[in-house]
Design a protein around this ligand. Structure first.
Ligand code: IPM
Ligand code: MN
Length: 357
């Protein structure tokens, strides 16, 4: 009997549902070729539902979603909803409640994709950021004192636990070993100023690193990292960092790989479920026009299959995407691809069914 995977789908806001539809099209194509089954359960969480019902994400939905093998998420963010409500109530809530402690963000420049860096090509931009996803500045720890008065104080603390840091660092070393590219891992921190948090990170990093003599462990400050991303991206193989720095450097990473149209990421609990998403936003101005680039969502689908252990199907999707960027699309930008959203999905799905695996 062929394997069946249950996938929870949250199309979400703006162009989210459109790109997820193309992602599903490609996943179905991979499933039929590689002999497994996918069962999709759709959820309507997002801005529209919130505006209608005032409900962001019911508690029962978290339990329900946790029973799936994986979650496929489009985009969260609605122009009529105050920033923070949906992000906190859906995306961050799922990260915390499902303990999705790894945020895995590959930064890979595909053939044919325009790179804003002078003289850099696909050989130079190919690394992965492992971002801690449940601690740091994102825990919401802190508060106000004398709010609204002239003596107001606001405190927002970065929480770093030995357990949280160690499991993230260990995942990054294991990932680096499995990836088997340059066998180099860089801790991105700020040990010269954040002398408590990154002291813990640095000690943990080198302690865990001593168990991996075959991997070169390196360190760089976060500000310097942003400089090297632009100047020498080829130096990086795997980068591990905390939640906030990871958030910031991966937007820069997305730009050097050709923009939000191609950047995908996974929110992963290596022992449990995981949620995969294109990392760009909901792009409301392009919603419903069939012009947005679905490749990031398609790549998120490939990461989802990789997580499920369907590695051949995953790499076939990635190879098909590279064929499409290299030979078909004129640009990655919405409206300038030379194809519609559904047209790009058709191209990739068709290649997945026949390209050499
Ligand atoms: C991301 C996003 C989120 C984050 C927002 C939407 C809460 O920017 O996934 O990188 O800050 O983590
Ligand atoms: Mn971000």
């Amino acid at each position: 009997m062929s394997k069946t995977y249950n996938i929870g789908v949250i199309g979400g806001d703006g162009t989210g549902p459109e790109v997820i539809a193309e992602g599903i099209k490609v996943l179905e194509s991979a499933a039929s070729r590689f002999g497994f089954k996918l069962e999709f359960t759709r959820y309507d969480f997002g801005g529209e539902r919130y505006l209608k019902t005032s409900e962001v994400l019911p508690e029962s939905a978290v339990t329900d979603l946790s029973r799936h093998h994986a979650i496929f998420l489009g985009a969260i963010g609605h122009p009529k909803v105050k920033p923070g409500i949906l992000e906190k109530g859906i995306l961050l809530k799922l990260r915390f409640d499902l303990d999705l402690y790894i945020n895995l963000r590959p930064v890979k420049l595909f053939p044919g994709v325009e790179c804003p860096l002078k003289d850099k090509g696909p050989r130079d931009v190919d690394f992965v950021v492992v971002r801690e996803n449940t601690e740091g500045l994102y825990t919401g720890t802190g508060g106000f004192f004398k709010k609204g008065t002239k003596d107001e104080v606001a405190v927002q603390e970065s929480i770093n636990t030995r357990k949280g840091v160690e499991r993230c660092v260990r995942y990054a070393f294991e990932y680096c070993k499995k990836r088997n590219k340059d066998r180099k891992i860089t801790l991105c921190g700020k040990t010269n100023v954040l002398t408590y948090a990154f002291d813990l990170w640095e000690r943990t990093f080198y302690e865990v690193g001593s168990e991996y003599p075959e991997i070169k462990a390196d360190y760089a400050h976060v500000d310097a990292i942003t400089m090297w991303f632009v100047k020498n991206p080829e130096w990086f193989d795997v980068i591990v960092t905390d939640n906030m720095f990871g958030d910031i450097i991966t937007d820069l990473g997305a730009m050097i790989q050709g923009g939000m149209g191609v950047a995908a990421g996974g929110n992963i609990n290596p022992e449990g479920t995981a949620m995969f998403e294109p990392i760009g936003g909901s792009a409301p101005k392009y919603a419903g026009q069939n012009v947005i680039n679905p490749l990031a969502a398609i790549c998120a689908g490939a990461m989802l299959l990789d997580h499920l252990g369907e590695t051949q199907a995953a790499s076939t999707i990635e190879n098909s995407v590279m064929e499409v960027t290299g030979k078909h699309l004129k640009s990655m930008a919405a409206g300038y691809m030379g194809y519609t959203t559904t047209g790009v999905g058709d191209l990739v799905a068709n290649l997945v069914s026949k390209i050499q695996a």
